[in-house]
Design a protein around this ligand. Structure first.
Ligand code: LMR
Length: 397
């Protein structure tokens, strides 16, 4: 019956994690999947999360179905983190938010909705982008195209190429943006560049789709939200998928949301209804537990402040590790062109150099990075960064 099902070659990121687990070398280093590790190499349990979880456990009740759009307190908390509690689009209820199964679930819900109501549109993602972006949108039936983004010569943004492409897109093209901590490149736009992009989106009547999974790990919680807030201020109608996996260290709880910024409250109410209908036909309603932990933390002022400090400490460690890797390489090889490591932001660093040597680093040294040349900076620790730098310099030779 199922002879015609082809074998799935596997996901490039999850497959690499499996290979890492099977590697018997004790000195191996995992710089593959986007997980935040602490300096001891462990995925941390946040203190704010621990306190919220304990409070929830103390009042355990039967676990009934959530509404299709998820918990109201979680949805409110999501809007406040993304846009700020006092943003006029939040207070005027112009934003429709549904709790989703992680950020991927938000992308899928958004792409299915867009395919239903904009069937003629095409999707544009950055070149490169997280592999699953193209997979999710093409899975919904869209043609997925790429706009120029990464400039290999500078390991920075090809902003002229990007804007030239956006300038000629037909109205209602769907354009996926990474508001901060671009995955895989770690290369972000400046606020002034975002202002230009927003102007183009307004002029060309594009539909921006912002995917934000690392808010707070780039420049700061508010700074990382610049693009979305600028779009909202400009009156754009757009989608935002967000994930709390990394910033709450709650990966398996699948805490995400889809927010659709609408022109007014009446439209937001209709749009929310369509989100609910799409959810009902797909998985009916989201799970309870993780979202309630997140809502507890975000809506309690003390826990919220504690969480922001914990995310701030993650951000500081990422910057330290970027600096340490760059410094260690330069000590061994002063002429190495590695300034991009500290110029890029978020969990990832990316370059053609790493792509060329990914296999050698894996085979010879047990250092796992994606073949695309993406390294996950958070896999570095004070204990392994020197060894990684030595390996990088050896493959340069
Ligand atoms: C990554 O890019 O490594 C993470 O977002 C994990 C994933 O699901 O791919």
């Amino acid at each position: 019956m199922f002879e015609h099902f082809p074998r799935y070659p596997g996901d490039p990121i999850f497959s690499l994690v499996d290979r890492f687990r099977q590697d018997p070398r004790p000195e191996k280093v995992n710089l593959s999947i986007g997980l935040y590790y602490d300096d001891a190499g462990n995925v941390p349990k946040l203190e704010s999360v621990r306190i919220a979880e304990q409070a929830l456990q103390a009042e355990t009740q039967a676990c009934i179905y959530q509404p299709m759009a998820g918990a109201a307190n979680y949805r409110q908390a999501v809007q406040e983190v993304l846009f700020g509690a006092a943003h006029p689009k939040v207070t005027a209820k112009h934003i429709a938010t549904a709790q989703t199964i992680g950020g991927s679930g938000a992308l899928k819900l958004g792409s299915d909705l867009l395919k239903q109501y904009f069937p003629e549109s095409q999707v544009w993602v950055s070149d490169p982008s997280w592999d699953n972006h193209a997979a999710i949108f093409s899975g919904s039936g869209f043609t997925v195209n790429r706009y120029p983004y990464f400039d290999a010569a500078s390991s920075g943004v090809n902003f002229a190429g990007m804007t030239a492409c956006l300038e000629q897109l037909p109205a209602r093209s769907i354009v996926l943006f990474h508001p901060c901590c671009h995955n895989p490149t770690g290369v972000d736009l400046t606020p002034a560049q975002w202002d230009d992009v927003v102007r183009i989106c307004v002029a060309r009547e594009l539909i921006p789709f912002c995917d934000i999974a690392y808010q707070g790990l780039g420049q700061g919680m508010e700074e990382d939200a610049y693009a979305m807030r600028a779009m909202a201020d400009a009156g754009l109608s757009f989608f935002v998928s967000n994930s709390f996996s990394k910033t709450f260290s709650l990966y398996g709880e699948r805490c995400g949301a889809l927010s659709i910024v609408c022109k007014d409250a009446e439209e937001a109410d209709r749009v929310l209804g369509q989100m609910e209908f799409t959810v009902r036909r797909s998985y009916s309603s989201p799970p309870t537990h993780g979202g309630q932990i997140v809502a507890r933390v975000l809506l309690n002022p003390q826990l919220n402040a504690m969480w922001r400090a914990e995310v701030g400490a993650m951000r500081a460690r990422i910057l330290q590790m970027r600096q340490a890797l760059q410094d260690q390489i330069l000590i061994l090889r002063p002429d190495a062109q590695v300034g991009f490591i500290t110029a890029q932001r978020g969990m990832f660093s990316y370059s053609g150099f790493f792509a060329t040597h990914a296999q050698a680093l894996r085979d010879r040294f047990g250092i796992y990075l994606l073949d695309s040349g993406r390294i996950c900076i958070t896999g570095l620790t004070t204990g392994n960064v020197r060894r990684v730098a030595q390996a990088v310099v050896e493959v340069m030779a």
